[in-house]
Design a binder for this molecule. Structure first.
Ligand code: NIG
Ligand code: FE
Length: 401
């Protein structure tokens, strides 16, 4: 048993078996002067001055405890880097222009194909540890920098390997339809992706598709996702990043677990997604990284009761591992409240990757917790640019990442 003794506050979403939406997305519970008792990998009690014989006691006086952050959308396993593209973006080149001229995703595909496994592991582990130090205790990782079977498998294996290290848990997604590889005919590549699914399905739990102009059409995405569903994978879509171009509507039609980006979604699409039971995963780091002011309409989404989650999108275009930064961007650029940002980064983001056992601090929930050096949980967003996480507890163990 591990006892966290005397936190100034323990802040948690209310216990829930469905993602929180509307007003409920903005109401956290705040237990002042409280302890948290952990047995094995579970929380067994939360309360004032708990009586118990713990094997280990951590004094958390003056600290705030929140659930570990769940990052439900990353491309964390890649080789190389693209710092030169930031200069291109500053000169006015758009994300899609850079991709169309063989840069962007296609540049990273070349570097990832050419990297040996050890190098890919090393680069990925560095980012993985950065994520944990910033408070991420579970994260999703997509493939999609191989665009051919061998390298897709290499990425998926590294993503699973990270999850096997006893640090944070990983949830792995196959994203063969991330971009059309250079020199490939569209129809031929769609059929390649469809035939890859049976080869990768034991290494992934979700399949994702980049459904956007310059990437894959609605019809191509539908074909791939139908096959993935047949093979037992859960579904996700990168949708409406730049405009309402069909991805969001397809997400609703297929009832996917999450539709991600949604910066361009119209109100009709938002309502269709809500009716389909889909979670909107917002990635405010992405417009930030492409120097755009086009953030997802979070307030409209919350007013229309679409449950929202937040994620980093960690990738070589939007290079951050920090869910704290993402919550800060959500507050400052999308006008989410600190409570909404916290709920969207914990229990709701856990639902967005199919996890129902984490994201709340209450009896029976997984003991993934952060001890934060802040006077009040709202400082997690109010005081931006500093890592507030002092200790990370994952599955009941203090993790030294
Ligand atoms: O979610 N939009 C597509 N994929 C990633 C970017 C990947 C990259 O640029 O390398 C995204 O933004
Ligand atoms: Fe992405």
């Amino acid at each position: 048993m591990l006892l966290l003794r005397g936190a100034s506050e323990v802040v948690t979403p209310p216990e829930t078996s469905i993602p929180l939406s509307g007003e409920a997305m903005g109401l956290v519970e705040r237990h002042s002067n409280s302890d948290v008792l952990i047995e094995g990998n579970k929380i067994v009690a939360v309360g004032k001055k708990l009586e118990c014989e713990a094997d280990e006691i951590i004094d958390v006086k003056g600290k705030v405890i929140v659930p570990g952050f769940v990052d439900p959308h990353t491309h964390l396993v890649w080789a190389g880097s693209r710092e030169h593209e930031l200069e291109w973006k500053l000169q006015g080149r758009t994300y899609q222009e850079i991709l169309a001229s063989g840069g962007g995703i296609l540049r990273t595909v070349k570097e990832t194909r050419n990297s040996d496994v050890e190098k890919l592991q090393q680069q990925s582990l560095y980012r993985f540890k950065n994520a944990i130090k910033a408070g991420t205790t579970t994260l999703e990782i997509k493939s999609g920098y191989g665009l051919e079977l061998e390298t897709e498998l290499k990425q998926l294996k590294v993503a699973n390997w990270l999850g096997s290290l006893g640090l944070a848990e990983t949830v792995v997604t196959f994203m063969g339809a991330h971009a059309l590889p250079e020199g490939k005919d569209r129809r031929e590549y769609i059929s390649d992706v469809i035939s890859m699914i049976s080869e990768v399905k034991d290494l992934a739990v979700f399949c994702d598709v980049f459904c956007e102009e310059g990437a894959f059409t609605e019809e191509e995405s539908r074909k791939i996702l139908h096959e993935a569903l047949k093979q037992g994978l859960g579904l996700k879509i990168h949708a409406d990043e730049f405009g309402d171009t069909g991805g969001g509507r397809l997400a609703a039609e297929l009832g996917v677990v999450s539709a991600d980006h949604l910066a361009g979604s119209t109100i009709d699409t938002i309502i269709e997604l809500r009716e389909a039971g889909t979670i909107g995963v917002l990635l405010p780091g992405t417009p930030f990284a492409i120097l755009s002011d086009h953030f997802a309409p979070a307030r409209k989404m919350i007013a229309n009761k679409l449950p929202l989650a937040l994620a980093t999108d960690c990738n070589p275009n939007c290079y951050t591992e920090s869910m704290q930064l993402v919550q800060q961007l959500a507050v400052f650029r999308m006008k989410m409240t600190p409570a909404e940002a916290l709920i969207a980064s914990t229990v709701n983001s856990a639902f967005a990757i199919g996890k129902t056992d984490r994201g709340c601090i209450a009896e029976g929930w997984r003991a993934d917790l952060l001890i934060c050096d802040v006077p009040d949980y709202r400082h997690l967003t109010y005081h931006f640019g500093k890592n507030h996480v002092e200790s990370v507890i994952i599955g009941g163990k203090v993790i030294d990442a």
